[in-house]
Design a protein around this ligand. Structure first.
Ligand SMILES: C[S@@+](CC[C@H](N)C(=O)[O-])C[C@H]1O[C@@H](n2cnc3c(N)ncnc32)[C@H](O)[C@@H]1O
Length: 410
């Protein structure tokens, strides 16, 4: 488009139009629009500063700003924001930096999948007045898995009669603490505290897309008849070469309704003495797409300034064997957890797998592993360091640094 001189009225109309359209554009398209006229340049500058002022697009309690003290003048990182992980096909654009009157992105449309919504039978929920372990709520409890160092916590879910105000839903209310995203010359963007954080405080979860990992028709329509259930063992099996083994067990918890839960939760429930019987094994998570993406991301990263945020989470049996692998990709759509950098000393965040009652997938959540001072960078360990041909250098700066970032063996 060539530059043209607009009358005052035309300029005003162009700005009104631009206020509606520009917030939806990706950075390169926004820059191209800004280059066409003074009016568009003004609106684009305003959009850029709103983007830099809040990575969360107004969807969290407090704004989460980008700060760049480095010589590069990159004002923000572009991605679509979702507060929770989701399995649906993500939207391709989002009104980030929109002014008043802009259509509002509906984060509830990306609610985490539950066993009921995935056709996996009834999900059970509690009907407690007090959802605490002490009061015997079947959804409450936690378990440390020794071999993996990862803790498991269960919370009330969609089928429970309690609401979001329930004390056993700590991780379901979004980010409540003040955070900021700060650029580092070597590591790129990183998530920092913007207030003192107390040990044990919930920080955020790792939200991103898992939708592509259940290809069309891959979410199994498993049903088990009540008769079979009464008889005891009902074992359905389903396998294809793109899947990995995952254990799912039927359990009956407090309410007497059938519930489908992964193996780790089964042990969790057993510990709480609420499981009556078990009977299931199957497999359902597709990893081919995750592998394809990891290879593509590695190539982009080795070619230049690119960071991906595809996280592979493994749930383990007490034996240490992996029983479920979940791939959460926050590279294009996710929340601010995508900015958490790796630290070889384990960092200051505790990684906890949280399962909402009735939900198929556990959610990966971060809690403060110790008291954290204001402005301290938030980090965790991405995994064991083991140099591979595609390993990137690590700049965590810790004495324990192994020199390389942990990478998934694709
Ligand atoms: C989940 S992202 C973290 C946010 C990222 N720094 C950014 O700018 O978007 C993971 C990427 O961050 C970078 N990174 C994370 N921790 C690092 C570290 N300790 N040293 C060097 N780079 C790191 C690597 O490029 C890695 O692939």
């Amino acid at each position: 488009m060539s530059k043209t001189k607009l009358s005052n009225r035309e300029a005003e109309e162009t700005e009104q139009w631009a206020e509606l359209v520009l917030p939806w554009l990706s950075p390169p398209t926004l820059a191209a629009a800004a280059a066409t006229s003074r009016s568009l340049r003004c609106v684009a500058a305003a959009v850029t500063s709103r983007r830099a002022a809040d990575a969360a697009r107004g969807l969290e309690l407090h704004p989460i700003p980008f700060l760049n003290p480095t010589p590069d003048s990159c004002p923000y990182a572009y991605f679509l924001y979702c507060r929770f992980p989701f399995l649906l096909r993500p939207p391709s654009s989002q009104p980030w930096g929109g002014g008043p009157g802009m259509p509002v992105f509906d984060p509830s449309s990306l609610a985490p999948v539950t066993s009921a919504s995935a056709g996996l039978g009834n999900a059970s929920g509690c009907r407690c007045a007090d959802c605490s372990v002490e009061a015997g709520c079947p959804c409450s409890g936690s378990l440390d898995v020794q071999r993996t160092g990862m803790s498991l916590v269960s919370e009330c879910g969609e089928e429970c009669s309690c609401g979001l105000g329930c004390l056993n839903r700590t991780t379901q209310r979004g980010i409540r603490v003040r955070l900021k995203i700060v650029r580092d010359v070597k590591k790129g963007w990183g998530l920092h505290a913007d207030q003192i954080l107390r040990k044990g405080e919930f920080i955020c979860e790792y939200a991103g897309s898992a939708w592509n990992l259940f290809g069309a028709g891959m979410v199994p329509q498993w049903t088990v008849s009540t008769e079979n259930w009464r008889k005891g063992l009902t074992s359905l099996h389903f396998q294809d070469e793109e899947s990995i083994l995952s254990g799912l067990f039927l359990t009956r918890i407090g309410t007497g309704r059938t519930n489908l839960v992964p193996v780790s939760n089964l042990f969790h429930l057993l510990n709480l003495s609420t499981c009556e019987r078990t009977a299931y094994s199957g497999e359902f998570v597709k990893i081919k797409e995750a592998r394809r993406r990891l290879r593509a991301y590695d190539e982009l990263a080795s070619a230049g300034d690119f960071s991906h945020a595809l996280l592979v989470v493994r749930e383990h049996l007490p034996s240490g064997k992996t029983c479920m692998r979940i791939n959460i990709d926050a590279t294009n759509i996710g929340n601010v957890a995508r900015f958490i950098n790796h630290s070889c000393d384990g960092g200051n965040l505790l990684v906890v797998l949280v399962r909402n009652s009735g939900s198929i997938l556990p959610r990966l959540c971060f809690f403060a592993a110790k008291d954290i001072s204001e402005a301290e960078e938030l980090t965790f360990s991405y995994g064991n360091t083991c140099a591979r041909p595609n390993s990137l250098p690590c700049f965590c700066g810790k004495d324990a640094c192994g020199g390389f970032l942990p990478s998934e063996d694709t």
